[in-house]
Design a protein around this ligand. Structure first.
Ligand code: RRO
Length: 306
């Protein structure tokens, strides 16, 4: 019985990645996740220069999820390159998430990333919390293709493209990333939302709006992965992301066509040992169902339905 997978040439002991933005800011926290049986880790998004992020409060628990308006706080690519010890030291493959405002800036960060030992780059074209960045770029298919192409030309590792759900139809975005040469698509980032304090009569988050993650968004993420994987002519690996917190959730994403699944908010909900728990649950599921290889489940729900 095996949960091993291969994602864009990266060998992983299971199909689970730590999603960007949760316990991934320092080598120490990344190592801690690696010790807990995660297949690979994605770093917090790194930009061209240091950035403080948005005004507090920036995080709020809501029913079945979290609302965040962090605003891309990060030390900048130069600091990252100087301080990152390399993925050997972390213990599992490391995916470096990057963001920028233009294709040229993306390409120049990508060039810097060739100085560090990582397994892939994830392009954040989907953060809902900053002007001129993230989803404001990633809602335009032409810009997705252009940025992906320019990053591919400068980098020496596979390039993943993380898409926004805050759009009518995600399929053209996935196709645009494929056209640019993406090695994998990540679907999805957070859904833009807000919370209001009824007694104070004002928005709760300092930035008013935030990104919703957690179990509340899993049906949306699953639907989008399914739609992307059902597209005629689409054959790029997909990484599901959005609300997975049990092994059954992970299996559902794989049945919808995903090769791997990123897990974020469940770390907050189930603790740092969540990947150890999920590995046990995955093994149990495969055993109970008599499945030898998790890869055989990929896409089995595509086309089905009553
Ligand atoms: O930092 C953030 O505000 C943030 C990012 Br980079 C992202 O990609 N998604 C999100 O919900 N928040």
């Amino acid at each position: 019985m095996t949960t091993r997978i291969e994602l864009a040439g990266i060998e992983m002991k299971n199909p689970m990645l730590l999603a960007s933005g949760i316990l991934d800011e320092t080598p120490a926290t990344l190592k801690r996740m690696a010790r807990n049986e995660v297949g690979a880790v994605v770093t917090k998004s790194i930009g061209p220069v240091p950035r403080d992020g948005n005004v507090s409060p920036v995080l709020l628990e809501v029913p079945s999820g979290l609302l965040n308006s962090m605003g891309l706080p990060n030390p900048g690519i130069d600091d990252f390159v100087e301080e990152f010890p390399g993925q050997q030291e972390i213990g599992v493959p490391v995916v470096l998430s990057i963001f920028a405002g233009t294709a040229k800036e993306f390409a120049s960060i990508a060039k810097e990333t060739t100085k560090v030992d990582i397994s892939a780059i994830e392009l954040n074209l989907s953060c809902p919390n900053a002007t001129g960045l993230g989803q404001e770029i990633g809602q335009d298919p032409e810009r997705i293709t252009d940025i992906t192409k320019q990053v591919k030309a400068e980098s020496n590792v596979p390039v993943f493209v993380k898409l926004t759900p805050n759009i009518t139809d995600i399929r053209p975005l996935a196709m645009a990333a494929q056209d640019g040469g993406a090695d994998a698509i990540v679907a999805i980032n957070t859904l833009k939302g807000m919370a209001i304090d009824a007694r104070a009569r004002m928005p709760i988050l300092g930035n008013k709006f935030g990104g919703l993650s957690g179990p509340a968004i899993k049906p949306v993420a699953l639907r989008m992965v399914y739609e992307i994987c059902s597209q005629e002519g689409f054959d790029t690996p997909v990484i599901g992301c959005g609300g997975a917190s049990t092994a059954v959730d992970i299996i559902e994403f794989i049945l919808a066509g995903a090769t791997a699944v990123e897990v974020g908010t469940a770390v907050y909900d189930r603790g740092v040992e969540v990947f150890k728990k999920l590995q046990f649950e995955l093994d149990t599921f495969l055993e109970e169902e008599g499945i030898e290889d998790i890869n055989t489940l990929r896409g089995q729900a595509l086309g089905g339905g009553n």
